[in-house]
Write a protein that binds this ligand. Structure first.
Ligand SMILES: [Zn+2]
Length: 467
């Protein structure tokens, strides 16, 4: 467990009192709240004990209500395994979108669908000149998906909006709860929102069988007028996404909240190794130019290099093909993949440089030239806003929740939003680290913890924490 104390600035301004001013009902200390079951950051304890009002906390997401809504949402596209097939633009997606739109209206938001098919529920702020604070996630799933990926962020965002409305918290900024369209396909909704959904992406066939273009039309968008969905820098005060971790780091470390440092970048290469195809019976071992043997050594080197360098970078050889691919022929040619992921583009390059240095050595030693060709589909690392990390860390600490900084190895709409707005991401634990599976599970307590951190983050931003 690694509490990231370095993320917490000692609170020079009083975070609590700022929240109290915003709320008609002052909050209590976290003492006695069920969230106190894990460890507490000393600083938070200090801050909280400094004023011990004993009234209702605005941070009081209702775990049962959240779980009940997650369950209700899971009925749309439910499959025999207990998971969902709610791929974007399908009947189940359309029905699920109607369900969450209804919830958003119920809690007092004004709901519209933008031309990209994103659902946006808005509540006005007291200052009409301020841009909205936006938060949300997605409800579409992969085929055979689980009931928490995306859903927790949407139900959590609705919970936060409901708490704000119910408690009469007056925010200066408008709030916008967003349900992004087609996250699992191509981040189509958030891509469109940042003005980067290309014509060729619109032609791609989605899991529903419809093209993205047809799909957008089906869910009430207008692919011919995507420019109307575009938000520019300064159009959004901040974006926050609550999401399940989809890995086992938080669960194994028994930590409540992940403060996401960013979404890792991804680079892919095709690696070609040239040997000489020859008779497997008549060619002595010391006269072979076996491309597959070199590929095997290179694969081991990729794993070793990624492990030996300090940091959390990952490198993978996930596909390998040997030609001609016969038991009695020495492989004359191998094509394999190489993938590197990290939060830091320079670090990714360093890993690649060490791999190519090792490849040069191997190709000399075995007389098997190795060539790397980078695939164009390159995902830049998308670091979250440092101030947002600090605000989220502080909110978690003030709630008595344990937290740690961590990268996201999976892609999210937040990576697009990070290019136009100060963006933060809050992770809650996935039991066993299982995701994209019917076995995906996050407890109601963890979901409520995430919603509470989201609420306090929104309140802090409204109170000027980004300035
Ligand atoms: Zn997701």
């Amino acid at each position: 467990m690694r509490p990231t104390a370095e993320l917490i600035d000692l609170p020079t301004e009083n975070f609590r009192s700022r929240i109290e001013r915003l709320s008609e009902t002052p909050r209590v200390t976290a003492d006695g709240l069920p969230f106190m079951h894990k460890f507490t950051i000393a600083i938070a304890t200090f801050v909280l004990s400094a004023s011990a009002a004993a009234q209702v906390s605005p941070s009081a997401a209702d775990p049962e209500r959240m779980e009940q809504r997650i369950r209700a949402l899971s009925e749309f596209g439910r499959n025999g395994d207990g998971g969902v097939d709610r791929v974007a633009y399908s009947d189940a997606d359309v029905a699920g979108r109607e369900f969450v739109s209804g919830l958003m209206r119920e809690v007092g938001l004004t709901v519209r669908t933008d031309t990209a098919g994103n659902i946006i529920g808005r509540r006005a702020g007291t200052n009409p000149r301020l841009p909205p604070i936006m938060f949300g996630s997605h409800i579409d799933s992969v085929p055979g998906g689980g009931n928490y990926d995306g859903d927790v962020g949407v139900i959590g965002a609705i919970e936060v909006a409901q708490l704000i409305v119910e408690r009469g918290i007056r925010l200066a900024h408008p709030i916008e709860v967003v349900v992004f369209a087609d996250e699992e396909g191509a981040l189509a909704g958030s891509r469109a929102m940042i003005g980067k959904l290309t014509n060729s992406a619109l032609d791609v066939q989605s899991h529903s069988g419809l093209s993205v273009r047809e799909g957008i039309r089906r869910i009430g968008g207008d692919p011919e007028q995507l420019e109307l969905a575009v938000r520019r820098p300064d159009d959004i005060a901040a974006f926050i996404e609550l999401h399940i971790e989809q890995g086992a780091v938080l669960d194994e470390a028994d930590v409540d909240i992940g403060v996401v440092e960013g979404i890792v970048g991804i680079r892919w290469w095709d690696v070609t190794i040239e040997g000489f195809a020859n008779h497997a019976g008549t060619t002595p071992m010391n006269q072979r130019r076996d491309a597959l043997v070199t590929a095997a050594e290179l694969t081991l080197a990729v794993s070793r290099i990624a492990r030996e360098m300090p940091g959390r970078q990952v490198a993978t050889v996930g596909r390998i093909q040997a030609f001609p691919g016969a038991p009695n022929v020495i492989p004359g040619n191998v094509v394999m993949s190489l993938e590197i992921r990290d939060l830091d583009a320079a670090k990714m390059q360093q890993v690649f440089d060490r791999i190519t240095a090792e490849a040069a050595r191997l190709s000399d030693a075995r007389s098997t030239p190795i060539a790397f060709r980078e695939i164009e589909l390159l995902l830049q690392p998308a670091p979250t806003d440092v101030r947002m990390r600090r605000i989220i860390s502080r909110a978690a600490a003030a709630l008595g929740l344990s937290f740690m900084a961590m990268p996201s190895g999976a892609g999210h709409d937040a990576q697009d939003m990070a290019t136009i707005a100060p963006t933060g991401m809050i992770f809650v634990p996935s039991v066993g680290g299982i995701s994209h599976s019917p076995q995906e599970f996050t407890s109601a307590t963890d979901m409520a913890n995430g919603a509470n951190v989201l609420l306090d983050t929104v309140l802090a931003i409204d109170g000027g924490a980004l300035q």
